[in-house]
Design a protein. Sequence first.
Lengths: 406, 406
Amino acid sequence: MSNNWKKHFSETAKRSRPSPVREVLKVLGQPGMISFAGGMPAPEVFPVEQFAEGAELLRTQGTTLLQYGTTEGYTPLREFLAKWTAPRLGRETSLDEVLLTTGSQQLLDLFGWAMIDPGDVIIMEDPTYMAAINAFANHGASFAAVKMDEDGMVVSHLPALIEHIRNEEGRKVKAIYTIVNFQNPAGATMSVERREELVKIADRYGLVILEDDPYGYVRFDGNHLPSIFSFDKAGNTIYAGSFSKILSPGVRIGWVSGDKDIVRQMAIFKQALDLCSSPITQVLTYEYCRKGYLDAHLPKIIDNYRTKRDAMEVSFKKHLAPLGMSWVKPKGGFFFWLDTGAIDSNELTRRALEKKVAILSGAAFCVNPEAGGHSARVNFTHSSPEVIEEGVARLAQAVQEMKIPA
Amino acid sequence: MSNNWKKHFSETAKRSRPSPVREVLKVLGQPGMISFAGGMPAPEVFPVEQFAEGAELLRTQGTTLLQYGTTEGYTPLREFLAKWTAPRLGRETSLDEVLLTTGSQQLLDLFGWAMIDPGDVIIMEDPTYMAAINAFANHGASFAAVKMDEDGMVVSHLPALIEHIRNEEGRKVKAIYTIVNFQNPAGATMSVERREELVKIADRYGLVILEDDPYGYVRFDGNHLPSIFSFDKAGNTIYAGSFSKILSPGVRIGWVSGDKDIVRQMAIFKQALDLCSSPITQVLTYEYCRKGYLDAHLPKIIDNYRTKRDAMEVSFKKHLAPLGMSWVKPKGGFFFWLDTGAIDSNELTRRALEKKVAILSGAAFCVNPEAGGHSARVNFTHSSPEVIEEGVARLAQAVQEMKIPA
């Protein structure tokens, strides 16, 4: 068969790489495999019964649910979010400041369409969410990495970095991307002082900020912090939220709150991407939220995941600390970030799979894929404490075998 | 408020235009407005009860429906489509030849990602689906237009056109895009002879074909024709289908059948676009299909729309023929394509809105937006025969007033 497809692939396609997560996911179905690899909510915390209460709407509002929806999203759900996010955003946003997206992943692509020209520099935490790297890279972005510590992005490094990129490299810095709470994968949360400082820096240098916050409502310890958005009176920050971690990834609903010019421009692009998101999942999600179920359910999710986080730390202390490993204990979110010390984490990931436990090497999350070879992301939300203990024990076994010269 | 957003918009954003449909849609909510503007299914043909039967799955399979799905789509639905499309495609496709997309609109964007480099030429029928023009233009495509007659794209014009673009203009032709049945907006269906000829031309010139067929199963007269895909033994054609016109646009499910290399590449891009489509709508759609409801329901849709098409033609003959207008009577699909003769269709569209009837001027559908000024797309699926008669009468009134010198 003569095949023209590969020959005709775009340059972007030729550059694209399947996600390493995707490759790991393929073997997760193997019997006995314990997965700490994904970022999936626990099935037992899905509010199946409460969500299913809305099923009657498939009948009673069937003709609305089965029809096209508006590109901006189901208006009552946008209104709900405008109110519900007010405590975090510092004010109630107006309807033309809220756009619903097909998962918050689509927001990243829409941001790319609206903002990124080939060669533009996006400043990212390093490590960061791999599918944000991919989404922006598709649009031709290049990246500048800022390191993190326990208080999140070290924003004091930004001025010198921005000036270097502009003046020494002659490149255009477009935006700063941050996963502000319980960062994926590194677990850090940006301090309030740094949030305020970041807003000032963006304003001084004429940059915009994409504040990505899929995990923000899943906090185990301490109080919620005001968003970067709430400090930004100049409107240079847009805030991205998601139902994936607090209700269901299956509804495929994220949202963006922010300046109406960028929201409108994203809506124009969304027309070409998928016309609209599904009214079925938007109406069902609104029905769930309208009844107050979302707020009532969050504590259950948080308790479930806190227990698992703590269980994983106990197992880490028992099995991995003696092997010289350390980690960041997150105050929320889905992941531990493991420092594998002298151990090559790419090799560890391969060996762990042989022991039937899946983790992701840090390399997948680094702007520079050569980096991250001594760290790994370990998910705790999707396994029971018993499975967590067994999985960490297997991981320790894999480490021990690597330490014994073959 | 100092605002950096517009200042920082990408070049693609600066080029982008909101769809004229979008602007018309804004006034459709006005009381008394009759809309022939959209391409929406009729609410009364939605199989609300049968689709809602699956609602119990929100409980019984809740943890699957609320979780992330695979990027390629829900496997049972892909298997169903591989079988269901076999008569049209000439063979049963394998699982790795089928990808589900978030509406068939997403397929157009995925095609752009996988295939289009800036400046690549896509050969399109002119007029064509406006959101395909937008989706490809976002990726930097340029366009070459081929005219249509009652047998669809005049494929005999292709060799000279392709050679001209290559040899005279020095540009790269990538693909041929065709809406093969009941073309949107022009209504024509490509003859079998031309389908076969098109495959030969694509093979001879090393091009690929995107066969877009959202309306193909909505045929009022005559027999279904074999797809272009079915003639293409070299695998240069991919076939795009959609549930939007045959079941529901609200499920946001389209699919593409074709070569596994391009399907795999599109799946890699889909990860960055929205990770996966909603398992909720995919599982509900599969449940509906599994029970045989889709095949049983199609005749109802077809009867409903045939009646409306015929009603619209009666009204056209009564009101518009005497005013010197003509039209293409489609054998299926959603639209009449009206030749407005000497009348400027952009002006007619504006005047018609004042009479509370909405149509879309041909300009919206033309690769060259200066063209299409004497044609209009008129939808018949969404209004009752009575409303159709009233709307066409109003349209005629608008025409008559344009003919009277002010």
